[in-house]
Ligand binder design. Structure first.
Ligand code: B16
Ligand code: MG
Length: 217
C-alpha cells in the first residue's frame, strides 16, 4: 500500500510565473504585441515553444523559424536573470511543512515540471537534494496535457500510476494527471481546476490525514 507524490514546480513549489511574465513581456514589447497578466495565465504549465506560439498568436505576428529560435534564447536568458536572484524565501507557503510530513512518513516524491530550468530553480531555493528524482522539460518529448512527464515520474518512484498523487496548478497538468490515471490535486482556483480529484487553494490547506485517508482507499 505504498503511495508517492509528484509535484509540479511553477505555481506549486514556487511562483516563477511572475518572472516568465516579465521576460515574455519584454519580448512582446520588442515585437509590439500587447501582452497582459491575463494573457500570461494562458502560458502556465505550457512548454516554452508553445508559449511563444500563443504569444505570437495574440499579436497576430509571424516569425521565421530562425527568428523564433533566436527570441526563445533571448527570452530564456532574460528569465534566467531573474531566476539567478531567487532564494529560499520564494518557496510557497506550506511547501516545506508538506515535504517534512512526507519525509517523516517515508512517502517519496519527485518533480514533474514542464520547465527546462527546473533543476536550477530547485537549486536556487535549496530544495534540489530533497527530491527522489526530477522529471523536467528536458526529459519529455510530449508536453502536458500529455501524461508522459508524470508517467516517467511514476517510474522514478517505482510505483504504479494509480499510486501516485499529483499536485498541479494548471489545467493542462490536471488533465495530464487524469490521463495518467493518477490522483490529481488542484492547487489554486477550484473553478478553473474543476477536473481535479481534490482541490485546495494552497498547500497549507492539505489536511493532516490526507495521505493516510488515500492509503486506506
Ligand atoms: P521553461 P511547470 C512551466 O512550469 C511554466 O508554468 C510555464 O509557464 C513555462 O512555459 C514552462 O514551465 C517551461 O519553462 O521556459 O523554464 O523551460 O508549471 O510545469 O513547473
Ligand atoms: Mg505549474
Amino acid at each position: 500500500n505504498t503511495i508517492g507524490v509528484i509535484f509540479d514546480l511553477d505555481g506549486v513549489i514556487v511562483d516563477t510565473a511572475k518572472y516568465h511574465f516579465l521576460a515574455w513581456k519584454n519580448l512582446a514589447d520588442d515585437l509590439h504585441i500587447e501582452f497582459t497578466e491575463t494573457h500570461n495565465e494562458l502560458l502556465k504549465g505550457v512548454s516554452r515553444v508553445r508559449s511563444l506560439e500563443i504569444l505570437l498568436n495574440i499579436g497576430n505576428v509571424t516569425l521565421s523559424d530562425d527568428k523564433k529560435q533566436a527570441v526563445l534564447i533571448s527570452k530564456n536568458e532574460d528569465y534566467l536573470g531573474y531566476i539567478k536572484k531567487m532564494n529560499a524565501d520564494e518557496i510557497l507557503p506550506g511547501v516545506k511543512d508538506l515535504l517534512n510530513k512526507l519525509d517523516s512518513r517515508g512517502i517519496k516524491y519527485v518533480l514533474g515540471s514542464a520547465s527546462k530550468n527546473a533543476p536550477l530553480i530547485l537549486k536556487q531555493v535549496g530544495l534540489l537534494e530533497r527530491f527522489e528524482g526530477i522529471v523536467d522539460g528536458n526529459s519529455v518529448s510530449k508536453a502536458k496535457p500529455d501524461p508522459e512527464v508524470f508517467l516517467i515520474g511514476a517510474k522514478k518512484l517505482n510505483l504504479k500510476p494509480e499510486s501516485c498523487i499529483v499536485f498541479e496548478d494548471a489545467i493542462a497538468g490536471i488533465e495530464a494527471a487524469n490521463k495518467a490515471n493518477m490522483i490529481s490535486v488542484g492547487i489554486g482556483d477550484e473553478d478553473t481546476l474543476n477536473e481535479a480529484d481534490f482541490n485546495f487553494s494552497n498547500l497549507t490547506e492539505i489536511p493532516n490525514n490526507f495521505f493516510e485517508e488515500l492509503i486506506k482507499e
